[in-house]
Design a protein around this ligand. Structure first.
Ligand SMILES: Nc1ncnc2c1ncn2[C@@H]1O[C@H](COP(=O)(O)OP(=O)(O)O)[C@@H](O)[C@H]1O
Ligand SMILES: [Mg+2]
Length: 332
């Protein structure tokens, strides 16, 4: 019998998925690509491969996991294996610039962004030219977990920061992004979850305690332990509260939902969490596409959808089960 192979590099994110897969009896195995050896002259095992390689893999010591995954996905697709979130999805996962091109092509609005591959002097000059007097956002092109995403009130504040910037925040692909700071009416972002290319639900995330907004429980613990989350509205509390996530009862408006689904279809993405902020006119600006998405268990619990097919892991399990059924029918 064929099964689902979950490609990943962080076992800490697997338990909620394992639980949902096991609940419906979905046969699955993990394929840890934090490192690996592959004989490219052999055929891959039969099955469906669900790619969850993360843009932040380098922050867990897996500097080349994304590169390895790109190779493995090419090998899998050359052998005709179905890859959920295939090569095109990985391509978007590791580059916000490519996300933005695809989003705009699908008619979605993004914050004004300038890409810089150069030294700090060039970065400051670009900030002065395009964003003076400020505020402005600095973020790495290959992102993840909000690491290295910072808000500066002015170009001078950016300049002061860069003088002593922590080396681990340097973008792993060498590319910095300078971006308009989106002013919102309330300090929240919205993250819309999709499985099988279809909208599942949206969560509102309170950003008062910082920019590191990974929905997974383990990441919330990380933020608490680090105690250094950047507060966009003033002094950060000594130990910031974990980000707060609330499932939106009414979802998101149909035109936005349709456009996001069309974007995913056009981009070859099956599973994603897409983040946007509404500006002061209420217009959504999309700034982050997470093809490796995690779900917040507390928010799902509070919304009464935990453990059901309407939860993130539940919807994902149902989608993968349907894919597997589909494949098995084709093979029969
Ligand atoms: N242009 C922006 N304006 C306002 N807030 C932003 C902007 N870009 C990022 N943020 C805040 O920083 C967080 C992390 O940024 P994001 O682009 O999602 O990076 P990552 O890929 O690391 O998650 C966002 O969820 C949001 O709270
Ligand atoms: Mg994000």
């Amino acid at each position: 019998m064929t099964k689902i192979f979950v490609i990943h590099e962080n076992p800490q994110w697997l338990p909620p998925l394992a639980e949902a897969f096991d609940r419906i009896g979905l046969p699955w195995a993990e394929l840890d690509l934090s490192r690996g050896v592959f004989d490219l002259s052999a055929a891959p095992p039969e099955g469906i491969f669900y790619n969850r390689m993360s843009a932040s893999s380098h922050t867990r010591g897996h500097r080349y996991a994304a590169e390895l995954t790109a190779g493995v996905l090419a090998w899998l697709t050359r052998h005709g294996r179905r890859v959920v979130n295939g090569p095109a999805a990985l391509d978007l996962e590791i580059s916000k610039v490519r996300q933005y091109a695809a989003l705009e092509q699908a008619g979605l609005r993004i914050p004004r962004t300038v890409m810089v591959q150069d030294d700090n002097a060039a970065l400051i000059a670009a900030a002065r030219r395009h964003f003076a007097p400020g505020p402005l956002i600095l973020k790495p092109n290959r992102g993840g977990k909000g690491l290295g995403v910072r808000l500066f009130a002015s170009v001078e504040a950016l300049e002061a920061h860069l003088e002593n910037a922590p080396a681990e925040e340097a973008p792993v692909d060498g590319i910095w992004l300078l971006q308009d700071y989106i002013r919102a009416e309330r300090p929240v972002i919205t993250r819309a979850e999709f499985a099988g290319g279809r909208f599942v639900y949206a969560v509102e995330v309170d950003t008062t305690s910082g920019f590191e907004l990974c929905p997974a429980d383990v990441c919330a613990t990380d933020v608490q332990a680090a105690g250094d989350a950047f507060c966009p509205v003033g002094a950060a509390p000594a130990v910031p509260a974990a980000p707060r996530f609330t499932v939106l009862k009414d979802g998101i408006e149909a035109p936005l939902r349709n456009r996001l689904e069309a974007f995913l279809a056009a981009s070859g993405v099956d599973v994603a969490g897409i983040e946007f902020i509404r500006d002061l006119e209420g217009q959504p600006l999309v700034y982050d596409v997470n093809t490796n998405t995690n779900y917040n268990p507390a928010a799902e619990e509070a919304a009464g959808i935990a453990g059901t097919a309407r939860s993130g892991p539940g919807a994902l399990a149902a989608f993968l089960a349907a894919e597997l059924g589909h494949r098995q029918q084709q093979a029969a």
